[in-house]
Design a protein around this ligand. Structure first.
Ligand code: UGA
Length: 435
């Protein structure tokens, strides 16, 4: 099939490269000429394991990029994979999606196709957006819905760091549409993936708004699961109970499962906090107060403060050197968006601490994300720990588990572990956040 993808960011580029690898002819459309040139030269514009190889193999060949929306006319379907930034109240800002839909509409207005063009929403948007907003923007430009174009929602469930693997071996595919022709096109698009995938890939055929909601429900459930185990973990801590032993046992119940049961300093990243805030804001707008989802956000906001209060119980950090281990929102990435390290570093600075932070890859990204925070960057975890009066672990990098003698170099070996990653041993005053 011939596919165009509007937006060559994190989702757009991985989806485009994977679809090209599955045999489709794919064109990404992006406003950024540098991104376009990179893709055409076979260079991935973002870092994601496995993506470099795919873009190198297909870039400039089955995978092409352009700044020109007219490219959609040469294709059977167009995916909208544009950013949906958060507003101050947590709701999503649709300006890029709307502008993209209008441009697709303008391009289709000049086309003389035999079959209607399918426009698919890939980005996460609140229920009814595809029909009530995006289809409207396309139609305003001239083409008629049903005759010239069709719409569908096909949300993505890729994690950062495993996006290529997640795309090629998904737990499910969600096809949201009310049109048989659109459904056929979606099946044709994913047929090679279903043939190549390791196991059976279930397809959920559903309505457009249901598909939009499935994406939010998925992320809201994952976020709520983390906040539930964090809430329970805090209760465990009050009783001196190890929340990890409890979670291991609870996870044996198939109805719960052991995944996403790691308690600690909370969830970050560009998706879970943003998506839960967006669906809460959207529900509120409709007159419903989603209490559990709001609680998931509140608990998440409080975990960094709990970590700091455990530290306060052990040491007054005012004027003292404190090591922060990990800045990225999770291991395996330099992404610092909504990282729990930000409130932790802020809290330490508020307490008068001299913060020395170490992360194997994310120091620069953290400085960009939180330029107002003044801290010293260390070249290794051991260098950060040297002469520190306390240490806090915020990101669960494997290398922190291997730290041993470095703790002996601390001025005062107080360690508060926010990710259950530091090996407990004699000679350090160890405090786990929920264990
Ligand atoms: C998340 C979802 O997991 C993906 O399914 C979804 O497609 C993606 O958002 C998206 O909407 O694009 P991601 O943000 O890459 O993926 O990160 P996760 O691996 O889900 O981790 C999110 C946060 O939760 C991290 O800060 C992690 O440290 C934290 N976490 C995760 C915990 O605190 N405990 C756990 O048990 C698991």
């Amino acid at each position: 099939m011939n596919v165009s993808i509007v937006g060559s960011g994190y989702v757009g580029t991985t989806v485009a490269a994977c679809l090209a690898d599955l045999g489709h002819e794919v064109t990404t459309i992006d406003v950024d000429q540098d991104v376009v040139d990179a893709v055409n030269a076979g260079e991935a514009p973002i870092h994601e394991p496995g993506l470099d190889e795919l873009v190198a193999e297909h870039g400039g060949d089955r995978l092409r990029a352009t700044t020109d929306y007219d490219a959609v006319r040469e294709t059977d379907l167009t995916m909208l994979a544009l950013p949906t930034p958060s507003r101050d109240d947590g709701s999503i800002d649709l300006q890029y999606m709307e502008a993209g839909a209008s441009s697709v509409g303008e391009a289709l207005a000049g086309a003389d196709a035999d079959e209607p063009h399918l426009v698919v929403t890939k980005s996460t948007v609140v229920p009814t957006t595809t029909e009530d907003v995006l289809a409207e923007r396309i139609a305003e430009a001239g083409p008629e819905r049903g005759e010239d174009f069709l719409v569908a929602s096909n949300p993505e469930f890729q994690r950062e760091g495993t996006a290529v693997e997640d795309f090629l071996n998904p737990d499910k595919l969600v096809f949201g549409t009310d049109d048989e022709r659109a459904l056929e096109l979606l099946h044709a698009l994913y047929e090679p993936l279903r043939e190549a995938a390791d196991g059976d890939v279930p397809v959920v055929e559903t309505g457009i708004a249901e598909a939009e909601m499935i994406k939010y429900a998925n992320n809201a459930f994952l976020a709520s699961k983390i906040s539930a185990i964090n809430d329970l973990g805090n209760v465990c801590k009050e009783f001196g109970v190890d929340a990890y032993e409890v979670a291991d046992a609870v996870g044996l119940d198939h109805r719960i499962s052991e995944r996403f049961l790691r308690s600690g300093v909370g969830f970050g990243g560009s998706c879970l906090p943003k998506d839960v805030s967006a669906i809460v804001a959207a529900a509120r707008e409709e007159g419903y107060e989603p209490a559990v989802l709001q609680a998931a956000l509140d608990i998440n906001d409080r975990q960094p403060e709990r970590l700091l209060s455990l530290l306060d119980d052990r040491v007054d950090v005012d004027g003292k050197r404190v090591a922060v281990l990990g800045l990225a929102f999770k291991p395996g990435t330099d992404d610092c968006r909504n990282t729990r390290a930000k409130p932790v570093v802020e809290g330490l600075i508020d307490r008068g601490a001299d913060v020395v932070a170490y992360d194997p890859v994310a120091v620069e990204a953290f400085r960009e994300y939180a330029p107002e925070l003044d801290f010293e960057a260390a070249g290794s975890a051991a260098a950060a720990l040297k002469d520190a009066h306390a240490a806090v672990a915020v990101t669960g990098w494997d290398e922190f588990a291997a730290l041993d003698e470095a703790f002996d170099e601390m001025a005062d070996p107080v360690v508060v572990d926010g990710r259950n990653v530091i090996e407990r041993r004699d000679g350090i005053t160890y405090e786990g956040l929920t264990w």
